[in-house]
Design a protein around this ligand. Structure first.
Ligand SMILES: Nc1nc2c(ncn2[C@@H]2O[C@H](COP(=O)(O)OP(=O)(O)OP(=O)(O)O)[C@@H](O)[C@H]2O)c(=O)[nH]1
Length: 278
């Protein structure tokens, strides 16, 4: 009866080796998805380690076939087999968990991003502005915002069509984004209007930043796709900007928006392509 034990022991170890080989699949998928860096190398190292274990399992299975077996000798093959199950389950769960987290992250990003411009949407703006206002009040820090509106945008739509209008909006959004600091938050307020939140920034500094931004937009020619009938390859636009900041009289986000809106209206009234401080 003991004759069957070496075959049983080797069989368990070979099954373990197969499970380890199957564990390489999810680890390889993770390895390929990660950007080059420390984490990717760690998963790569894990693949090498699994290959090393597979080789060890195979060698052990070969030798255990020829040695004389007692029932207690099956403990080691059983541990090898359970170890392989453990590695397989952990690797599969790691891949599943990572995929779920990435999906959740993508959904969250979609939920707060404007699909046309690729910047934050109004929903995110409202929430973030409330949070930043409360933070600024709690820590007695300055906070300012810009309200930016493209001048005579209707003419662009009327002259070139909505598709080109969309393209211009997208380009301006990227242009504005590149002119801002890392800490500033750019969002679409609606239509062709944007709001920028500038945490920890005095209104006087914001005014200078807004003026620089206005000049950047004015001096940039936005590229257009070549179209039959359109005798130009780029288009120039200007923006009007209203700047507002938290003060002892203006303490909440609604007041900030109201003052920035009023300043923007004033900029439009004054002839457009300018910055007005609220
Ligand atoms: N292509 C495109 N146009 C949009 C979008 N959202 C708003 N608009 C257009 O933006 C234009 C806004 O027009 P108005 O509110 O009259 O403002 P304006 O022509 O920019 O004039 P001022 O703001 O007074 O300088 C309208 O023609 C809208 O149709 C959009 O997502 N895509």
């Amino acid at each position: 009866m003991y004759d069957i034990l070496p075959v049983l022991g080797s069989g368990l170890v070979i099954c373990g080796a197969l499970l380890l080989a199957m564990a390489i699949g999810p680890v390889w998928t993770l390895f390929r998805q990660l950007p080059i860096g420390g984490l990717r190398y760690s998963w790569g190292f894990l693949i090498l380690l699994i290959l090393f274990f597979i080789a060890g399992y195979v060698v052990y299975a070969k030798f255990s076939l020829v040695k004389s077996y007692q029932p207690l000798d099956l403990v080691v093959p059983i541990i090898f087999f359970c170890g392989a199950i453990f590695v397989f389950v952990v690797c599969s769960l790691s891949l599943k968990t990572t995929s779920d987290i990435m999906q959740l992250y993508a959904l969250k990003q979609e939920n707060i991003t404007d699909s046309l411009m690729g910047i934050f949407n109004r929903r995110y703006l409202d929430r973030r502005l409330k949070e930043e206002t409360q933070r600024a009040q709690s820590y007695s820090k300055p906070l300012s915002i810009f309200m930016i509106d493209i001048d005579h945008f209707k003419i662009i739509n009327d002259n070139y069509g909505h598709q080109i209008g969309d393209l211009v909006l997208k380009n301006i959004a990227q242009n504005i984004k590149e002119s801002l600091r890392e800490s500033d938050v750019l969002a679409r307020y609606g239509g062709e209007e944007f709001v920028v939140i500038l945490p920890r920034t005095q209104i006087s500094t914001s005014y200078k930043l807004a003026e620089r931004l206005r000049q950047v937009v004015e001096n940039t020619q936005l590229p257009l796709p070549e179209e039959p009938g359109i005798d130009m390859l780029s288009i120039g636009v200007t923006v009007s900007v209203g700047v507002a900041g938290l003060t002892s009289e203006c303490k909440d986000y609604l007041c900030l928006i109201k003052n920035a809106d009023r300043a923007l209206y004033q900029a439009k009234q004054n002839g457009r392509n300018q910055v007005v401080m609220g």
